[in-house]
Write a protein that binds this ligand. Sequence first.
Ligand SMILES: Nc1ncnc2c1ncn2[C@@H]1O[C@H](COP(=O)(O)OP(=O)(O)OP(=O)(O)O)[C@@H](O)[C@H]1O
Ligand SMILES: [Mg+2]
Length: 369
Amino acid sequence: MRLERIRYENFRNHRFASFEPSEGINLIYGRNGSGKTSILEGIHYCALTRGFVSGSDSECLLFSTDYFLLESSFQAESGRDLSVKITYTKEREKLLTVNNSDIKPFSGHIGRIPCITFSPNEMIIVNGAPAERRRFIDSAISQTDRRYLDDLIAYRRVLQQRNALLVQIAEKKSHQNGMLALWTENLSTLAASIVYTRVRFLNQFFSRFRELFSQLSLNEEPSILYRSSLGTLSGDLSVEELFLGFMKKFQDSEAFESMRAQTMSGPHRDDLLFYINGREIKKYASQGQLRTFLIALKLAQHHYFHETTGEKPLSLFDDIFSELDELRIADIFTILEKCGQSIITVTENIEKNNVTAFPLESLKCKKEH
Ligand SMILES: Nc1ncnc2c1ncn2[C@@H]1O[C@H](COP(=O)(O)OP(=O)(O)OP(=O)(O)O)[C@@H](O)[C@H]1O
Ligand SMILES: [Mg+2]
């Protein structure tokens, strides 16, 4: 997937700006606060209908203005062109137009322009709570497996219903153990399918990850474990075995769950454990090692997506090189040379072959054109 051009109007600190990146590696450099992240944010909006930094659309509106507009064109590897336009006004909701047709709901657009991101905020994937790692694996799988996303949505719904029933049982408002058994069975079916898919994904993903990680850090051996309520899982359990495992787990903990009024096990409580040389990185790794681990996760996600779909996602990397030494930076450039189009922000220009550099100031326009 390639971004050909994008035009900004009243988007964050850009009154008017436009950007025409080249095919391979692109650098946008400029001072702190000059608007580099905002440029990536606009591209992310066009690809996924929302930002990856700002929480809401209204935060992206240039102060004291009443609309923002993003107009972009992309080209898929198949040669297909996509022109994407997003307009937002305070009064009316956000509008998305793709090749001149209005798109509603926005979920219809997700997946057309695959992209991967790196943002310093995402360091919580490697050093934050389990929910962040679940979000990472769920989004990596969902982008190539629609059924998995459907399972996740169904699981959340059944979990809510089961929890609501457990609350009623805890408050002694219901003795519907028959209903509980039904929700437990439904939940176990979905839990088995989700955990099976996650573990199978990790097995395939890990070989790519390990290769990329070792290109970035010599003599460091990474590992990733999937920790579920049924213990640490590798790839050898079938969906049926997982289903029976969950059924037993729920039956064993029914009294406890009825007392706590919530479902205490299942994929919504699982975690990925990341290690370097046998030590959990959350506890022991340096800032540079954590960052390298996250970068390798993202690059592996890129490779996985490309191999499963045939399309290279667009890479948007915000401030990816901070805290990294020159050797690691050079190694990342080498990997990126084969990753299609990437757009990277930096504060100082890095002069390199095969890299097109844009001073941020060159993207700003005096007026509309
Ligand atoms: N809605 C908005 N309207 C106007 N300015 C905004 C808006 N939102 C953010 N800004 C400002 O835009 C400027 C550019 O922000 P941005 O995060 O893009 O900078 P940056 O070049 O990435 O900086 P850094 O190198 O520090 O990461 C900041 O000064 C920020 O406060
Ligand atoms: Mg920034």
